[in-house]
Design a binder for this molecule. Structure first.
Ligand code: ASP
Length: 469
């Protein structure tokens, strides 16, 4: 028989339907009993007349129940449940998978369960209503983004996961190459270089729901991977791209039922932000707006291009050979007024980058820039950081070459999808928005990576593991 979803049973009073789902609750009354059956659309009470059937099911077992949808007598109506006006009178019950006692409860919000158990049994954790809602919100947001961008003439393009270092300021994750022993791929910190090359290729407007992988020091609420709505556009200036992104965010968030503080996102310079808030991100909401779940977006602009290297940061030390490194993105252009200084390597600390960050409720939710599409400007960035001509050639020679063959002016942005979903759902951690997040010690959910490799496999890869003491 055709499957009916719980939410649709309300329209089927008097009909016989087949429901499939989980046993949310069993009440054994002796000769008969009740099962609350749950599927992704809701829960319904099923009257079960067979004592055997009631005794064979356990909570969280998977069942198929065929029965008659009946209106409940008025005094039996439960106003707290969406299907509280009806009940299913069970005709047959099939136990599809009997559940043993669960290692973690799936009722409730789950915040009080320790992270280790939640991630080990993530497939159970995700059954709870709160998390299944977050997953669906995430999917709906991505759908809104896609629809907006398709309508505006964007093309979705996938870029490689096995690639070479993207030089974006974090440590790379590397993958050994079996065919080239001693050589390694790097996983992308973002699709930055490929999306720029797509502009050279004439794609004009690109986007991708892109996984970005960075070997950064872990924080309680984040792992090594995040997902970004990655966008790049040709023939645009800073104003045009910010307007496009602002409209994309406003349309998508409002369609999702999100409440925005401002219809025109305020713009704050980096200097003003530091002076006023002591940071380059800030929260513009009043206490009342916080309670109402309002989203307060703002742009931060006019960042310095370079900063002094932080000697504690390995990636910065590697990039900033002269003692200067980039603050945001080495592929950015300076603002037009500072291109001359940039080309001459003068007034380095005063050069402003054409970078724009999007902040919301105290978090950075995105960042992008107008890029250097002229090879000399890009070369100067690396010269200022102390790279020799050979190092520049080795690191970004392919970009400098591509920029010789007709590359349009272009710019783009990366918007943090995990962060946006977190704010939209009123969650406090990015991990609540990711189906299978990593633990704070860098272990993968359920599958428990990283793990050791078989010695034969290591040999094939030409690798030897040196034990650290
Ligand atoms: N590649 C940048 C990042 O991942 C985003 C951008 O500039 O488009 O932060």
């Amino acid at each position: 028989m055709e499957r009916t979803f719980v939410a649709d049973t309300l329209q089927k009073i008097g009909e016989t339907v087949t429901l499939m789902g989980w046993v949310d609750n069993v009440r054994d009354m002796g000769k008969f009993g009740f099962i609350d059956l749950r599927d992704k659309t809701g829960k319904i009470q099923c009257f079960v007349g067979s004592k055997d059937d009631i005794q064979k099911v356990t909570v969280e077992s998977v069942v198929e129940i065929t029965g008659l949808v009946k209106a409940r007598p008025e005094k039996m109506v439960n106003a707290k449940v969406a299907t509280g006006t009806i009940e299913l009178e069970t005709q047959s019950l099939t136990l599809l998978n009997r559940a043993e006692a669960l290692p973690i409860p799936v009722a409730g919000d789950g915040y009080d369960i320790n992270e280790e158990s939640r991630l080990k049994y993530r497939y159970l954790d995700l059954r709870r209503e709160r998390l299944s809602k977050v997953l669906r919100t995430r999917s709906a947001l991505v759908r809104e983004f896609r629809e907006y961008l398709y309508k505006d003439g964007f093309t979705e393009v996938e870029t490689p996961i096995l690639t070479a270092s993207t030089k974006e300021g974090s440590r790379d994750f590397v993958v050994p190459s079996r065919m080239n022993p001693g050589k390694f791929y790097a996983l992308p910190q973002s699709p930055q270089q490929y999306k720029q090359l797509l502009m050279t290729a004439g794609v004009d407007r690109y986007f991708q729901i892109a996984r970005c992988i960075r070997d950064e020091n872990l924080r309680a609420d984040r792992g090594f991977e995040h997902t970004q709505l990655d966008v790049e556009m040709s023939f645009v200036n800073q104003e045009e791209i910010m307007t496009e992104i602002e409209n994309l965010i406003k349309t998508s968030i409002q369609k999702m039922g999100g409440k925005l503080k401002d219809q025109v996102f305020p713009r704050v310079t980096y200097a003003e932000s530091m002076e006023k808030y002591g940071a380059d991100k800030f929260d513009l909401r009043t206490e009342e707006e916080k309670a109402e779940g309002v989203l307060a977006f703002a742009w931060v602009v006019s960042f310095p291009f370079f900063k002094k290297v932080d000697k504690e940061d390995a990636a910065e030390v590697a990039d900033g050979k002269s003692g200067w490194t980039f603050t945001h993105n080495p592929f950015s252009s300076p603002i037009p007024e500072h291109i001359d200084w940039h080309l001459k390597g003068e007034n380095v600390e005063q050069i402003v980058t054409a970078q724009y960050d999007l902040v919301c409720n105290g978090f950075e939710v995105g960042g992008g820039s107008i890029r250097a599409h002229n090879p000399e400007v890009l070369r100067s960035t690396y010269k200022i950081m102390g790279y020799t001509d050979e190092m520049i050639e080795k690191g970004i020679g392919h970009m400098l070459e591509a920029f010789k063959y007709g590359t349009p002016p272009h710019g783009g942005i990366g918007l943090g999808i995990d962060r946006l979903v977190m704010l939209l759902c009123g969650e406090a951690s990015l991990k609540e928005t990711i189906a299978f997040p990593m633990s704070y010690t860098g272990r993968t959910a359920v599958m428990n990576g990283p793990s050791e490799l078989d010695p034969n496999f290591l040999k094939e890869l030409g690798l030897e593991v040196i034990k650290k003491n």
